[in-house]
Design a binder for this molecule. Structure first.
Ligand SMILES: [Zn+2]
Ligand SMILES: [Zn+2]
Length: 378
């Protein structure tokens, strides 16, 4: 008999990853009800982020089956006894998880939480348990595993949002858009008239372009290999674009800036682009690395690289700020979003892999409220 036999168990649908590269299969699973500090969210939508695709493509099958997804948005169904600030019926966006106890969390720097990796990539709670263990699957990816009809989050990674904006639109704020915009605003603190290049104009890069425009940067140079994305970069605030299939990036940057760059936001993870970024920097210039690398600290004349996590954003402060900017017409991220039904998750992933869709957002079954079944655990 397992130790959670007295908890309510919910029947949910989730897209399960069982083998490297996918496809994800939508399966019926049993999920525990919320623990004292947890919140059960009925998901209305989830963005697909490149980190989901990377996990899928590099999954080691001996690690078992998991549920990915970390840009969820939905409606609160149930709360645990110790949850204070969120109640059933609230609309929430889910973001990354943090422990709330370590020094960094207490200093309001949750992106630097000492238990960040365990909480976001460990596919379990900190005590080693798992809300999906009855089904032999692991969840809790980024404290949410949002490729599902339901998710268990906590107050640390839930952000209450107003009910007058569609949750399908707000979902990608939880990771990609927060990371791109936060890098410019919080991590780099891009200055007015600072020169910026954004390498890779996917969702994260385009959020960085929009935030650079808000910061008053000039020039703002978008670099990519997809003409469609470059065109969008121009529309969203880039002053110049470089198609690096056909143009010499370094020469064009010198041409545009008359020297070098104060900031590069590097979202491609491509070593060639990384070297180009370093080579294009002004003295004191900074390269922000958004793909997990930490870079080097041995660059001349005060040049620096910064490994950035989640744009140093505190989700509960930063996501409402982005929503306010959106309402004011200054952060038009709706233009990046394309909606898919949940059952079409593999097509959405394929479209994102090819770069045809910038930010796929899955719509979970509208009938999920009716199909949520609850029974006493046995
Ligand atoms: Zn992400
Ligand atoms: Zn922490």
């Amino acid at each position: 008999m397992d130790q959670y036999s007295d908890r309510h168990v919910h029947t949910i649908q989730a897209a399960v990853l069982r083998k490297k590269g996918g496809p994800l299969e939508i399966e019926t699973l049993e999920m525990e009800g919320p623990r004292d500090d947890e919140v059960l969210v009925r998901l209305v939508a989830s963005g697909i982020c490149h980190t989901d695709i990377d996990f899928c493509d590099n999954w080691d099958e001996t690690d078992g089956a998991v549920v990915l997804g970390h840009e969820g948005a939905g409606v609160v169904e149930q709360i645990g006894k110790r949850v204070k600030g969120i109640k059933p019926g609230d609309h929430v966006v889910l973001s990354y998880q943090s422990c709330g106890r370590c020094r960094k969390c207490r200093d309001e720097r949750p992106a630097h939480c000492t238990r960040f990796d365990e909480l976001n990539f460990g596919f379990q709670r900190l005590d080693g348990s798992n809300g999906l263990q009855r089904s032999g699957i692991r969840g809790h990816f980024f404290g949410q595993s949002s490729f599902a009809t339901h998710s268990l989050g906590t107050e640390r990674n839930l952000v209450k949002v107003s009910k007058d904006l569609p949750l399908e639109l707000l979902a990608p704020l939880g990771c990609g858009l927060q990371t791109g915009a936060g890098t410019v605003i919080n991590s780099l603190k891009v200055s007015r008239k600072g020169s910026v290049a954004v390498f890779g104009t996917g969702a994260v890069g385009l959020a960085a372009v929009m935030a650079s425009r808000l910061a008053g940067a000039d020039p703002i140079i978008g670099v990519d290999i997809k003409p469609k994305r470059l065109k969008l970069a121009l529309e969203l605030g880039a002053t110049h674009i470089i198609d690096n299939r056909h143009q010499d990036v370094s020469a064009r940057i010198i041409d545009i800036t008359g020297g070098g760059l104060d900031y590069v936001v590097e979202t491609t993870g491509n070593p060639i682009m990384y070297r180009l970024a370093i080579g294009a920097l002004n003295p004191q210039g900074v390269v922000a690395l958004l793909t997990g690398e930490t870079g080097t600290d041995s660059l001349p004349e005060g040049r620096r690289t910064l490994g950035i996590i989640q744009g140093d954003a505190v989700p509960q402060h930063f996501i409402p700020r982005l929503i306010k900017l959106f309402r004011a017409g200054q952060f038009g991220f709706d233009r990046l979003v394309k909606l898919y039904e949940f059952k079409d998750i593999n097509r959405a992933i394929a479209d994102a892999r090819r770069g045809d869709t910038i930010k796929p957002v899955l719509r979970m079954s509208k009938a999920s409220r009716q199909t949520l079944r609850q029974s006493r655990g046995s």
